[in-house]
Design a protein around this ligand. Structure first.
Ligand SMILES: [Zn+2]
Length: 369
């Protein structure tokens, strides 16, 4: 690290493990806005999560891809690395000649420097949690389109996988238009997808406006899932990681609903399949026992089952109001499981405690689906 300023004045700083402390020269009164600037250089590395997966800055054969759920953003930029603290982002990337840098939001600038390097500037105007920031550097082919009449779409794929992913990348505007029908207004001012060749990234992630996929995970259900997260997870973000089912249960249900509405796959079949699988019952979705369990089947599949049962209980009309009203009420904000259950009950006009007790918090698998 080279230095820090607060409101332009040099600030003392101290770094201990993952914590960076700035000490401004002058005291900042409570409630006052201030600007902190941290100047640093470094060679970023990945980190290993409690469940053994790698995240953060992942090196590829000739570049890198950075993903940050839940903790990896701190491997490449300093920030208050908590899902409840969001900010707008401007990211500028300068990469070697022949390479492209890809990030979140709208690409406002792309220029070739005198030495042949390529600089791009990315603007994410809407609030973003640090875990949703992304960067990809490599030999990418990009494609652009417009969705919803005015939203710029930019997709990118590493050149060896560009041709075989082009058709699905071109579906982004159609999927987005359909999801607006299902979920309500799109919360962001850019969209797209980034597809890497298979390498160190083993899973797709809903990085804001531009989810990232290893090519082996780039299929329509996964694209629909990660795009569903733009409403459920990226715009309405869990207040704590224990509330992660608000991301994964909803995005999984988003896949089911898309299948029901647009692909003639009965949602009852999806639900019964999920109900039958023992792995989905290892723990209740609203209380994953440890950090190792955040991304396990009950969070996804049983989380989606909660929404299926909610729809069965309140009926299609009220359920639709809840599904669309939730991301409207908490747009660009954060929420807890208790916020959701209270919201659903307020729309339904009745207590739903029995439903939550069994499906959201219960340890026992119900006798019948
Ligand atoms: Zn997901």
């Amino acid at each position: 690290m080279h230095g820090a300023t607060v409101d332009g004045a040099p600030a003392a700083y101290n770094r201990a493990a993952n914590e960076l402390t700035l000490r401004p020269r002058d005291e900042i009164p409570d409630g006052t806005e201030f600007r902190a600037t941290v100047t640093y250089t470094g060679v970023p590395e990945p980190l290993t999560d409690a469940d053994g997966s790698k995240e953060g800055w992942l090196r590829t054969a000739d570049g890198a891809v950075a993903v940050g759920e839940p903790a990896g953003s701190m491997t490449w930029f300093p920030g208050n690395n908590h899902p409840s603290d969001k900010a707008a982002y401007d990211i500028t990337l300068t990469v070697p000649a022949g390479y492209e840098g890809i990030s979140n939001g709208v690409r406002t600038t792309r220029r070739t420097e005198r030495d042949g390097r390529v600089t791009t500037v990315w603007h994410e105007a809407e609030p973003m949690a640090s875990y949703l920031a992304t960067v990809a550097v490599g030999r990418y082919e990009t494609g652009t389109a417009t969705a919803l009449g005015s939203v710029p779409v930019l997709t990118a794929a590493e050149k060896p996988v560009a041709a075989r992913t082009a058709a699905l990348r071109a579906e982004v505007p159609t999927i987005l238009a359909r999801q607006v029908e299902l979920f309500g207004p799109y919360p962001f001012s850019a969209a797209g997808a980034t597809v890497t060749a298979d390498g160190p990234l083993h899973y797709a992630l809903e990085t804001q406006t531009r989810p990232v996929f290893p090519v082996s995970s780039f299929d329509r259900p996964t694209l629909v899932h990660e795009m569903s997260h733009q409403w459920y997870g990226d715009s309405v973000t869990p207040a704590t990681w224990r509330d992660i089912w608000l991301n994964e249960g909803f995005a999984t249900y988003g896949e089911w609903l898309y299948g029901e509405r647009y692909e003639h796959v009965p949602i009852r079949t999806r639900y019964e399949t999920a109900f039958a699988q023992d792995a989905n019952w290892a723990f209740p979705p609203a209380s994953p026992p440890t950090a190792e369990n955040l991304f396990e089947p009950p969070v996804y599949q049983r989380g989606a089952m909660v929404l299926y049962k909610l729809r069965e209980t309140v009926g299609d009309r009220l359920f639709d109001e809840i599904l669309r009203g939730w991301p409207a009420k908490y747009r660009h904000s954060t929420a807890t499981t208790a916020d959701f259950t209270a919201y659903a009950e307020s729309v339904a006009g009745r207590d739903l405690g029995a439903l939550w007790d069994v499906w959201l918090y219960g340890d026992e698998k119900p006798a019948r689906p």
